[in-house]
Design a protein around this ligand. Sequence first.
Ligand code: ADP
Ligand code: GLC
Length: 506
Amino acid sequence: MNGSRPRKSLAGRTPRLGVLHIASEAAPWAKTGGLADVVGALPVALETLGHRVTTVLPLYRGMALPGAEIRPLEITLGTRRWRGSLHVLAQGATRRVVAVDVPEWYDRDGLYAQGGRDHPDNAERFAGLAQAALNFTQDDGDAGRIDIVHAHDWQAGLVPALIRQQPSRWTRVARAGLVMTIHNLAYQGLFPKDVVSRLGLGGDMFTLAVGEFWDQLSYLKCGIASSDMVTTVSPSYARETVQPEFGFAFDGVLHAVGDRYVGILNGIDTSVWDPASDPFLPARYSAGDVTGKRHNKRALLEHFGLPVGDDALSRPVIGIVSRLVNQKGCDLVLASAEPLMALDATWVVLGTGESHYETAFKALAARFPSRMGVQIGFDEGVAHVIEAGADLFLMPSRFEPCGLNQMYSLRYGTVPVVRAVGGLDDTVRGYGPRARRANGFKFHEATPDALLRAMRQALRVYHRPDRWAALMREGMSDDHSWGPSAREYVKVYRQARYAAAQRWAE
Ligand code: ADP
Ligand code: GLC
């Protein structure tokens, strides 16, 4: 994109952008993972930089009753029609969150799946989200100009595609810069090709240049192929995903995007994740005085029903908070369970996911009741207490687009042990003889042995208090706040606007 940088205005100030985000989850309203944290926090950071931001997401079961109804909504996909309404979930001077309430789609258990099975109508549910967001832009008198449409993951992938295919229908956003962010390439929104006619998605959607992917329709590919700029959530993951090993068969598609594909490291919401003010913690602490950490450690062990004597308190606690899926390297932990349990450490695991992993972790805790505590489920408060009360945090991911937990750990003085992939590699500086400013431990091969070696090394260093304190200090002083990353997004937005203008000029 050489030469694509737009000129600054005469006053030397960059003009304010109107940005529309579309996503399937956003904290604090609906969350299954890091996507929600990002979609919750990035708009706030953009607003701080002076931009106007609207976020559109579904209204799922259990979400607090929304505020004022904006208007009723009618969505037609193919020959079927759904009724619902749009509501304001949150409103500030230059930031709004809008919820799409279509009870037939969203008022049920599980955002995407229930009992380990995807909802059978996910194609409709997220085509509907795209339509609802676009409908909203058409009729929203308050919206102001929308310069950028920013879609997150496959659930929003149809948004840029519909804008490109139907510019005369979606006039308010037809000329906007289109940005697609990939949070995880493993989830591609693949559906049988008959959804194209069933949902009335239009002739060009199912072409190789747009959404056709091995004879199926991929909502993610629709979004990638239709956007002016494509981003992912760390520089390393951007490099990895154009290679077959990490590309999940999308490496060719992403390669073709060329230098319009960039990696921007996620930030963390420092108003939510700060050990000095975290309301979930029994004791607060900061880099200047970490004594509160020991109190949290005791509370953590108590919560998991583990011993809390002096011995237990001096033994390192290793924390895991994770979706229990293949991506997170659960199999590596389970494959080295015997030697890991023989280490002089205590384990606490909070997670939910594939039932065979849930069962295996529970069985491990039953075998080693004084060494391992396992909680199956999603529990925001316990996740915070693990970050604060553990000494080490383990993320042995097979791949990791960014990963937020290692950044939370760093900020909480809980030393991360990670596999050197994706965003983990970008944020953790591994301990070693020549390492400078190390803040954690890294291993490279995805093998139980490599994991075990890293854990052994970490535990040896744990018993060298001066070195351990230096590791904690380094991590706690890293700055992962959203500001710098939000500025990177603004650069991408300007490139996207420029590219959109070029498209229209052709
Ligand atoms: P991913 O999005 O791939 O799951 P991230 O590290 O980016 O991984 O983000 C995970 C987010 O979800 C973090 O905020 C983490 O604390 C949270 N999380 C994951 N599992 C649980 C759980 N069982 N209970 C509470 N929070 C969880
Ligand atoms: C995905 C990725 C995770 C990333 C998160 C937010 O869920 O698995 O690595 O941190 O999205 O971008």
